[in-house]
Design a protein around this ligand. Structure first.
Ligand code: ARG
Length: 268
């Protein structure tokens, strides 16, 4: 277990560095696009519109190394509540800004709200899984479609067609800080139990999704953001080794496992 949490910290640190250097990398990428290459956008995804996914929230933080403030993702689940990852919720509440309806974080469209309080799963870091948190918005996002929580712990059957959204790293192959999505089928618990035997995958509390051969995945900065299945919040971007690498798929917090605790916070 200890190894896994060290890994998450290492992944985050690497992500901060990778994100900070994106500006320089992006020049090369746009000057020499790689059509047909396996890695474009979110890492293998496509440009998305927040108009089609209004519940997708960019969770910015004043301590982020990038000028846009891009830090993590989140999901609007009630007018004043967002679900994110516990590992995205370690900064002081006053340092966060939730942004709704902004496709490019360098633009000023959409609406923003400060965060007034944070609940993070108290068992995060004590045992595997539990990478979930609920934040309360200072200003309600009224009239915006919300996502309901998935409550069926059997929803993560192999082959389930889930889609992940975010503003995170494209590994230099797409525009930075721009809303993206990518389809990541559930690979099943057995795949990640074997792929992440040394890091520690928690079948009861985590979802393993992506491609055995890699190419499409979430990445650093997408953490906390939505993995959506059948119009419900199915998972929360949590961790992985690298991004879109063969044999190392994305790991997502399993919302159904924590739905009762999350819903209690959402209703409070
Ligand atoms: N921990 C990362 C973050 O904080 C998310 C990593 C997701 N990695 C992956 N290969 N799917 O943004």
């Amino acid at each position: 277990m200890t190894g896994k949490f060290q890994l998450v910290r290492a992944v985050l640190a690497a992500g901060a560095l990778a994100t900070a250097s994106l500006g320089a990398v992006a020049v090369t990428a746009s000057a020499a696009p790689a059509p047909g290459g396996p890695q474009t956008r979110i890492v293998g995804g496509e440009l998305a519109k927040t108009a089609d996914a209004p519940w997708a929230i960019a969770l910015n933080n004043s301590n982020s190394p990038v000028p846009s403030g891009q830090y993590c993702g989140a999901t609007l689940v009630a007018p004043t509540k967002i679900v994110t990852a516990a590992h995205c919720a370690t900064e002081a509440a006053g340092t966060y800004t939730a942004v709704q309806g902004r496709d490019k974080l360098s633009d000023s469209g959409g609406q923003t709200s400060k965060i007034t309080s944070i609940w993070a799963d108290p068992d995060y870091g004590k045992e595997g899984g539990h990478d979930v948190a609920v934040m309360t918005l200072a200003t309600p996002f009224e009239g915006v479609e919300t996502l309901a929580l998935e409550t069926d712990t059997a929803a993560d059957a192999e082959g389930a067609q889930s889609t992940v959204y975010g503003w995170g790293s494209t590994e230099g192959t797409g525009p930075a800080d721009t809303f993206q999505k990518v389809l990541v089928p559930v690979l099943g618990d057995a795949f990640c139990e074997s792929a992440y035997a040394s890091e520690g995958f928690t079948a009861n509390g985590e979802i393993c999704a992506g491609y055995e051969d890699g190419g499409k995945d979430s990445c650093q900065g997408d953490s906390g953001g939505p993995l959506v299945l059948n119009g419900r919040l199915f998972g929360v971007v949590s961790w992985g080794v690298g991004c879109a690498d063969a044999g190392n798929p994305g790991v997502y917090a399993e919302v159904a496992t924590y739905a009762a605790q999350l819903q209690a916070q959402i209703d409070s």
